[in-house]
Design a protein around this ligand. Structure first.
Ligand code: PQQ
Length: 583
């Protein structure tokens, strides 16, 4: 493609295991590395190689990227962006601080987090919480351009990681708890001009859905006219949520990008009769035009806040004797989805947590969930013991796919809740939540799990239980090790075959970041951000004490203060030189 200079170089660059060129490692979102200097035999010798204070004390999600000698990472608000030359990690090569907009932190629903910078064509792309997108010169940290992607006064924020595809940088928007109508936007990486924007709700000209050609994966047929608007009462779709704050993936062969849309607004389903399309939906769009190839709504007429934004992992699966291009998605609603990524038709859908009770299964005729009426929420009713909770069986913490075992390594939540919906009025920039939620640990009393899982069969090969939610992402490597961190702050290396913990180290704060690995000067390193927060630890991060505060999450983890503290540190691990060279 003539338009694809950055695209082509990133497609090349992602093949080099010495680097970690994009937030997800590679376009397919595997978070898998072919590096094996650190492996299941020697990982017990892992040591801290160097560390760096982030200068912040709020939750640190996301991950650094590594390009050649340079590492770049971004903190939670005030969104410091750091460049470190790996030859001199004792220095900060440059630091960029975007202008602060004090309107932004109060409208961030789930801590003032950020999920990391992206690279393309000599530039670093970063989202700031105030919904401004920056292109920085990778060498100097100077602003090349910036674009206004939304306004905190209207409840809009940005917490996601951009994805560069071709000449476009693709970004989402947050604010589903403020009645923000979600959209995804592509900007030209050189000019900063908007190329296209696709909304989650509204008429075709807004959603870029073609009624005649866009397929509804659930029916296998075109969506038809007014597929979004007719599923809402009146003008509710205009404040209908469906934000896009999660991860993106890209298939260069099909030339499609994949992502999910979040919860419909408000959380009170009685106020929005209908299926509320296309919130809670998996989307496949053309990255150059935004045109929608297919959609599949996972949770029609949501009554639980099961945002559909979790990452789409692109793998090929064997199905009816054929190799099929698929995507695998662990949804908040507790079901894992294997979908044909060409046309959106379901291949395998299973509960990945056996405690899921809001739906008994998926209706094979409609491909929609069979909701248990006893667990459906409504205004004025306190519905108890719904599993999972609004945080889902998995939230933003990304899974890793290991092509050697063919299994998915997933850091998870294990929670249930009570949910009391009530009527709310929309006012721009004010909470549009409409539910009082209280979360409790799931059956067994633990709140987190780390599992090895086969999404075709729904079988869990092994699992580790954790006291608190496992809110940080996973990394797997050719060294037969899976890495992840816990909310208490333990950074762990686990044997991918058995789930045995081979190494763990107590980092300064709780971990909600995603480990990455890279090679520098012949040595393999593993890096992770330590800094407790996010929705799981919003009580600590935002100093909240009332049990139902923080959208119902505060009471659940009140004892987390017995284990860890606020504070941001970049942690980098490696083997002692003798062990590394003996390899
Ligand atoms: O609807 C939204 O726009 C929106 C945004 C965000 C965010 O931007 O972090 C979260 C959520 N929803 C959400 O539902 C959620 O569970 C959540 C967890 C986290 C986090 O970083 O820990 N953010 C968000």
């Amino acid at each position: 493609a003539t338009s694809g200079s950055a695209n082509e170089s990133l497609l090349q660059m992602q093949k080099n295991p010495n680097d970690w060129v994009m937030p997800t490692g590679t376009y397919n979102n595997w978070r898998y590395s072919t590096l094996d200097q650190i492996n299941s035999k020697n990982v017990k010798n892992l040591q801290v190689a160097w560390t760096m204070s982030t200068g912040t004390d709020r939750g640190l999600e996301g991950q650094p990227i590594v390009i050649g000698d340079m590492m770049y990472y971004e903190t939670s608000y005030p969104n410091y962006v750091y460049a470190v030359n790996l030859n001199h990690p004792d220095q900060i090569a440059w630091k960029y601080t975007p202008p602060r907009d004090s309107n932004a932190p109060p409208v961030a629903c789930c801590d003032v987090v950020n999920r990391g910078p992206a690279y393309g064509d000599g530039m670093i792309f970063v989202d700031a919480l105030d919904a401004r997108l920056y292109a920085l010169n990778a060498k100097t940290g100077k602003v090349v351009w910036s674009a206004d992607n939304g306004h905190p006064k209207d409840g809009q924020t940005m917490t996601g990681a951009p994805m560069v595809v071709g000449n476009n940088v693709i970004v989402g928007i947050a604010g589903g708890e403020y009645g923000v109508r979600g959209y995804i936007t592509a900007y030209n990486i050189h000019t900063g001009k908007m190329v296209w924007r696709g909304y989650s709700e509204g008429p075709s000209k807004d959603t870029l859905i073609d009624p005649a050609t866009t397929i509804n994966g659930a029916t296998g047929k075109p969506v038809g006219p007014h597929s979004s608007i007719k599923t809402w009462k009146g003008d509710e779709w205009k404040v209908g949520g469906g934000t896009t704050w999660g991860w993106y993936s890209y298939d260069p062969k099909l030339n499609l990008i994949y992502y999910g849309s979040g919860n419909p607004g408000t959380w009170n389903p009685s106020q929005r009769p209908g299926k509320n399309r296309w919130s809670m939906t998996i989307w496949a769009r053309n990255p150059e035009t935004g045109k929608v190839k297919w959609v599949y709504q996972m949770t029609p007429h949501d009554g639980w806040d099961y945002d559909g934004v979790n990452e789409m992992v692109l793998v090929n699966v064997k199905y009816h004797g054929k190799e099929v291009p698929a995507l695998v998605h662990f949804d908040r609603n507790g079901f894992s989805y294997v979908m044909n990524r060409e046309n959106g038709s379901p291949i395998a859908i299973h509960k990945y947590d056996p405690s899921v009770n809001w739906a008994t299964g998926i209706n094979p005729k409609t491909n929609e969930p069979i909701v248990d009426p006893a667990k459906m929420t409504e205004a004025g009713k306190d519905v108890k013991d719904i599993c999972p909770s609004s945080q889902g069986d998995k939230d933003e913490q990304p899974v890793s796919y290991d092509p050697k075992t063919g299994l998915f390594y997933a850091p998870l939540n294990h929670l249930c809740m009570s949910y009391q919906a009530f009527n709310v009025k929309y006012k721009a920039g004010f909470p549009f939540v409409g539910a009082i939620v209280n979360m409790i640990p799931g059956p067994g009393g633990y709140r987190g799990r780390f599992i090895a899982y086969n999404p075709m069969t729904g079988k869990t090969e092994w699992q580790i239980h954790d006291m608190f939610q496992d809110w940080g992402g996973a990394l797997t490597t050719a060294g037969n090790v899976a890495f992840y961190g816990t909310l208490k702050g333990m950074f762990r290396a686990v044997d991918i075959k058995t789930g045995k913990i081979l190494y763990q180290f107590k980092t300064p704060s709780g971990i909600i970041g995603n480990p990455i690995t890279y090679m520098h000067d012949g040595k393999q390193y593993v890096a992770v951000l330590s800094g407790v927060g996010g929705w799981a630890a919003i009580g600590m991060a935002d100093n909240l004490h009332k049990s139902s505060a923080g959208l119902g999450a505060v009471g659940l983890n009140a004892t987390l203060t017995d284990y860890t503290n606020l504070g941001g540190t970049l942690m980098v691990f490696s083997l002692p030189s003798k062990v590394a060279s003996a390899n």
